[in-house]
Design a protein around this ligand. Structure first.
Ligand code: NDP
Ligand code: CA
Length: 310
């Protein structure tokens, strides 16, 4: 109630209650903005320096996560995993982390180690069955991007769920868009080999707008049929990231997604992007939001016809 953070609302997605089972699983997807990169690399010139200080950001980061009480949390650009892990443990979360092989953070003075992907889950709701990670390959060569995947078992229903996250290669250009597409193909193979037919959620910062090849690759995979949760509101949002950088200027675009196996899961709610007026003209990060990416949240029900494994 006393939150300083930008207010946000949910949109409910119509669904057939007879075709779903149990309670929904709330999943949060967020590129939290690495502390080292945000303060030293990104050139967020219109953001007050104070807002980029760790002592403010860490509170706002936790507040943004905990105010929605997610069951599963997929994060990218995490360079303070120990802090998050200790803080979230007090709220019954367990977490796993995989660093990027050659994180740009470690080249920054006073860095806090490499950034990477993390997944947290409520340990009173899920048992961890399996954990896998992978350095994504581009034409069989390792890239600097990773994926983390967990197989979780819902304690109350015994249903199993595969959750994966990634942070694909950043920056513009035809070659980089091809590279992201190759990373997406490798990601799909990695996920399908471990998902083994289980209901699957793939969250991440794909660094690609919906017009890029990797978006189509993710949504048209023959052996792992995925849909984008946010598209259920009619179309992808106008933005999931909105920032002003020195040199580059203002960038507003959709590059973060939550993909899911539509024939095994049903989306009942999504968290709307904040409104322009609430974001403010200096965009984000800001004193009222700690990252240049907004969090995404979807509530997923297991479909009734979903077997544990098929
Ligand atoms: P990426 O291109 O994927 O980007 C790395 C990070 O930079 C991302 O977290 C990205 O954030 C952010 N970013 C994107 N656009 C900009 C921008 N315009 N300004 C500032 N930051 C931006 O890089 P890789 O992970 O592939 O790493 C690049 C390579 O560079 C590494 O292999 C590393 O060795 C090398 N490097 C070397 C340094 C040195 O001093 N020698 C310094 C830094 C990197 P988002 O995804 O949110 O867009
Ligand atoms: Ca970034």
């Amino acid at each position: 109630p006393n939150s300083q953070l930008i207010k946000r609302t949910f949109t409910s997605i119509p669904y057939d209650p007879d075709s779903v089972d149990g309670n929904p699983v709330r999943v949060l997807q967020w590129n939290v903005l690495s502390q080292a990169l945000g303060q030293n690399n990104d050139r967020f010139d219109s953001c007050p320096l104070e807002a980029l200080e760790w002592k403010h950001r860490r509170c706002h980061m936790l507040e943004e996560i905990l105010r929605y009480n997610p069951d599963i949390i997929c994060l990218q650009e995490v360079d303070h995993f120990d802090f998050l892990s200790r803080a979230l443990a007090t709220q019954s979360y367990s977490g796993l982390f995989v660093p990027k092989p050659d994180s740009p953070c470690v080249y920054i003075n006073d860095n806090n180690g490499p950034d990477g992907c993390a997944i947290f889950y409520k340990n009173d709701k899920f048992d961890l069955l399996e954990k896998h990670d992978k350095i994504l390959q581009v034409w069989t060569v390792h890239s600097n991007q990773v994926s983390l995947l967990l197989i979780l078992k819902d304690k109350s229903t015994q249903k199993e769920l595969c959750v994966a996250t990634t942070h694909l290669k950043a920056r513009k250009g035809a070659l980089l868009s091809t590279l992201r597409n190759e990373q997406g193909k490798d990601l799909l193979q990695f996920i399908s080999s471990h998902a083994a037919g289980r209901p699957t959620i793939v969250c991440g910062d794909f660094n690609a707008e919906p017009t890029e090849p990797v978006y189509s690759t993710m949504c048209s995979c023959s052996y792992l049929p995925l849909d984008s949760a946010y598209k259920l509101s009619g179309s992808e949002p106008l933005y999931t990231s909105w920032k002003i950088r020195g040199g580059e200027g203002e960038v507003m675009h959709t590059i973060d997604y939550m993909f899911y196996t539509k024939h095994k899961l049903t989306v009942s709610n999504i968290l709307d992007m904040p409104k322009e007026i609430d974001i403010g003209e200096n965009r984000v990060p800001s004193m009222t939001y700690p990252s240049d990416h907004f969090s995404l949240i979807s509530d997923f029900y297991f479909n009734t016809n979903t077997n544990v494994c098929e």
